[in-house]
Design a protein around this ligand. Structure first.
Ligand SMILES: Cc1cc2nc3c(=O)[nH]c(=O)nc-3n(C[C@H](O)[C@H](O)[C@H](O)COP(=O)(O)OP(=O)(O)OC[C@H]3O[C@@H](n4cnc5c(N)ncnc54)[C@H](O)[C@@H]3O)c2cc1C
Length: 358
């Protein structure tokens, strides 16, 4: 059995744990199934809080995107409200963020083995694709969206009308001009789209949508065409050269790991899945990685840490889930938006959906 910690997954949660463990004097091993860092389907919005954590991990905001995001703009049923964010944020591609994080983990002393797939968790050890059993004194489960047999999140977490994530990128001066320095949310029946400019100036257009709404449209192309007809401002964001639409299914928004087992620390999306309109999933991923690594270094067992972290995620996840339930019903939320912006409610929600960072 390895005495050094083992990290399953080299996304934001796994890398944050690896950096913290390496800085704490250990030599963690990260196993990552991809051979090269891809560009995970994600809205790519990093909040001011997440940027503070990244700076502590050695990554400054300017290394991600030199152009800050300073405002939030919300569209619903022909209404638009806009307000300043509590502090500057950024939009970044996951290719950029994930590569920088993993590079930092390696330069701080972590070992990374790529192209290794975990097929199952067996009694706290990892069974890899080639049949080997990797055992360790501590397992950090950071496989994100992907469940691993033996430690999968419950199927009920997907809900009766499961959520899909869709993403396309739009390149061009017109769309860049429309979006500018804002993070935008376009609300529609049973879903929403987030739009933000990334480091190459392209607009990342990312949707979270109920399966029933996609089924009604018939296909992802037909869905975007229908939304463009229904929402003229959104149609402007779909102008320009397009990348193909990517999709992920069954995103268990609102799920949290309330209990754990000793010897195992569930991180990131394996610990809590906050609705993406909060733009805090990566904040939770990084916070969980840092906090669990610190806990292990200090001798706190997995079960105790998991329960503690679940308490930390309760407020942001609960508030974001309530806001999402309203956002998916534009006739209900649209009339409230101007007042919400005037009395500072949008700011208050933006602040209340952040995770406390370790
Ligand atoms: C539609 C949508 C929009 C979003 N927008 C935002 C946003 O704007 N801002 C924000 O902060 N968050 C956003 N999120 C949430 C964010 O993407 C996640 O919370 C975040 O990626 C979680 O990080 P992670 O490290 O836990 O997992 P991941 O980023 O999923 O990383 C997991 C890693 O583990 C590897 N892996 C998986 N399975 C195995 C295996 N069996 N063996 C070996 N390796 C494995 C994967 O290849 C991957 O590298 C969004 C999510 C969705 C669905």
């Amino acid at each position: 059995m390895r005495r050094e910690p083992l990290i399953l997954g080299g996304g934001p949660a796994g890398s944050a744990a690896a950096i913290t463990l390496a800085r704490g004097g250990t030599r963690p091993l990260v196993i990552e199934r991809t051979r090269e860092t891809g560009d995970a389907l994600c809205g790519g919005f990093l909040s001011w809080r997440t940027l503070e954590t990244l700076a502590r991990l050695g990554i400054e905001a300017e290394a991600l995107n030199r152009a800050p995001v300073t405002r939030v703009r919300i569209f619903a049923r022909g209404r638009v409200v806009e307000t300043a964010l509590p502090a500057p944020a950024v939009g970044v591609s996951r290719a950029r963020l994930d590569s920088l994080l993993l590079d930092h983990a390696v330069s701080d002393g972590a070992a990374v083995e790529r192209g290794v797939v975990a097929r199952a968790i067996e009694g706290g050890a990892i069974r890899t694709g080639d049949g080997a059993l990797l055992e360790s004194a501590a397992l950090f489960l950071a496989s994100g969206k992907h469940d691993v047999r033996g430690a999968a999140r419950p199927a009920e977490a997907r809900g009766t009308d499961p959520t899909l994530g869709l993403r396309t990128r739009r390149h061009g001066a017109a769309v860049a001009h429309c979006v500018g320095d804002a993070i935008e949310l376009h609300l529609f029946d049973r879903g929403y789209a987030g739009v933000v400019l990334q480091e190459d100036g392209s607009a990342n257009v990312c949707l979270a949508i109920r399966r029933s709404r996609l089924a009604e449209a018939g296909s992802t192309d037909a869905l975007l065409a229908a939304l463009a007809t229904e929402l003229p401002a959104f149609a402007d964001r779909l102008a320009g050269d397009a990348t193909p639409i990517e999709a992920i299914a069954n995103v268990p928004y609102g799920w949290r790991a309330r209990h754990g087992t000793d010897g195992c620390y569930r991180l990131g999306d394996q610990a809590a899945v906050i609705p993406s309109l909060a733009g805090e999933g990566m904040g939770i991923a990084l916070a969980s990685g840092v906090s669990a690594a610190q806990a292990w270094l200090a001798g706190e067992q997995g079960a105790a840490w998991q329960a503690r972290f679940a308490r930390q995620t309760a407020r942001p996840v609960t508030i974001a889930s309530a806001i999402r339930a309203m956002a998916e019903r534009p006739p209900m939320i649209a009339p409230l938006l101007p007042l919400a912006a005037r009395v500072g409610l949008i700011d208050a929600v933006a602040a209340a959906t952040r995770i406390a960072q370790a």
